[in-house]
Write a new protein. Structure first.
Ligand code: HPA
Ligand code: ZN
Length: 337
């Protein structure tokens, strides 16, 4: 039986704050772009690519994800990928989207920074014009690469400073603690960029602490392992430090062995500003509303939690106070119907 809250979850206005745009590449688009760009893939068909989506941990996913991203070469490819995501997000009543992109994955293959950010940014502009959707770009650094490589990438990005709002840290968390990028984040902070980092997904809760204390991030991406440390859980709630939680991703990458074991309700009950997001929707079995549905199906979450999660998504977003208040008013109107 469908969850009776599903229509509310689908229709409520929401922000998405944790989406890797390369993780929105559906297999069909990967094959279409491979054909268009004459890129040879290690997979014979859409079906055999899909069969590779049986992940056992973060690294097993990243291997397939970077292979998928290898078809992206031209500005138009980045536009098409981003536009497909934004149209899908609009259908899920996402009214504000903060999008991660991984420039190092593409620069390494000889793609120019202008093509990457130009295509993604153009799609965001079109979403604003066509859907009234707001958004921003967050440039993520691959933590398995060196801090020097990250610094070089930041330099390449600076001529496009007006096209992104912040930086983040993603890729393999184990053995790559946040403090590896202390100087990079200090530099970005001086530039007035927003700061976020993946921490406490596969890595220990100690990485959440160093992301806060050494990198001075404003949000933690994932962060679900905070509950291994009661004092840290309390601190995140007290400091209103948002967590961008991705339920389907967490189950696919075995952070939790099933959705019923997810700690989202616990996080909310602890007073944490937790949000629901899709991470890599093409790889993990669904876009943002599928994430809401899956976690509400598995856990005893109620209507008030739906409201709280949507509210948290706007509270945690990098929005001006004026626009934030407009979205919150719209959310309140929706829930008063
Ligand atoms: N974790 C770390 N790096 C990533 C992810 C993720 O879930 N998705 C894309 N890059
Ligand atoms: Zn992520």
């Amino acid at each position: 039986m469908p969850n009776p809250l599903s229509p509310i979850l689908q229709q409520m206005p929401k922000a998405e704050l944790h989406i890797h745009i390369e993780g929105s590449l559906e297999p069909e688009m990967i094959f279409a772009l491979a054909r268009r760009n004459r890129v040879k893939l290690a997979y014979a068909s859409v079906d055999s690519l899909r069969q590779a989506y049986a992940f056992t941990d973060l690294q097993s996913f990243l291997d397939v994800y970077y292979a998928g991203a290898s078809v992206l070469l031209q500005e138009q490819d980045f536009f098409d990928m981003t536009w497909a995501y934004l149209a899908r997000a609009n259908a899920d009543n996402v009214v504000h989207a903060e999008i991660f992109f991984d420039p190092q994955t593409h620069i390494e293959r000889g793609v120019g920074f202008a093509a990457i950010i130009g295509g993604i940014h153009r799609a965001l502009e079109q979403a604003k014009a066509q859907f009234g959707m707001t958004g921003g770009l967050i440039m993520c650094f691959l933590r398995h690469l060196s801090e020097d490589d990250a610094f070089a990438t930041l330099e390449l990005a600076l001529p496009y400073r007006d096209k992104f709002i912040g930086i983040g840290l993603d890729s393999a968390e184990r053995d790559h603690p946040p403090e590896k990028f202390a100087r990079l984040f200090a530099r970005a902070r001086k530039l007035g960029l927003h700061l976020v980092a993946h921490a406490g997904e596969e890595g220990p809760s100690a990485f959440i602490k160093t992301a806060l204390d050494v990198l001075h991030v404003e949000r933690i991406d994932h962060g679900v392992r905070c509950t291994e440390d009661a004092a840290l859980t309390e601190r995140l709630a007290r400091e209103k430090m948002p967590l961008t939680v991705c339920p389907l991703s967490n189950v696919k990458l075995r952070v939790f062995d099933r959705m019923a074991a997810h700690n989202l309700l616990h996080l909310l009950e602890a007073g944490i500003v937790a949000t629901v997001n899709s991470d890599d929707p093409a790889y993990f079995g669904g876009y943002i509303n599928a994430n809401y549905d899956a976690v509400f199906d598995a856990l005893p979450l109620k209507r008030r939690h739906a409201y709280q999660l949507a509210r948290n998504s706007f509270d945690a977003a990098f929005l001006s106070d004026t626009v934030r208040q407009q979205y919150l008013a719209r959310l309140d109107t929706f829930f008063r119907r």
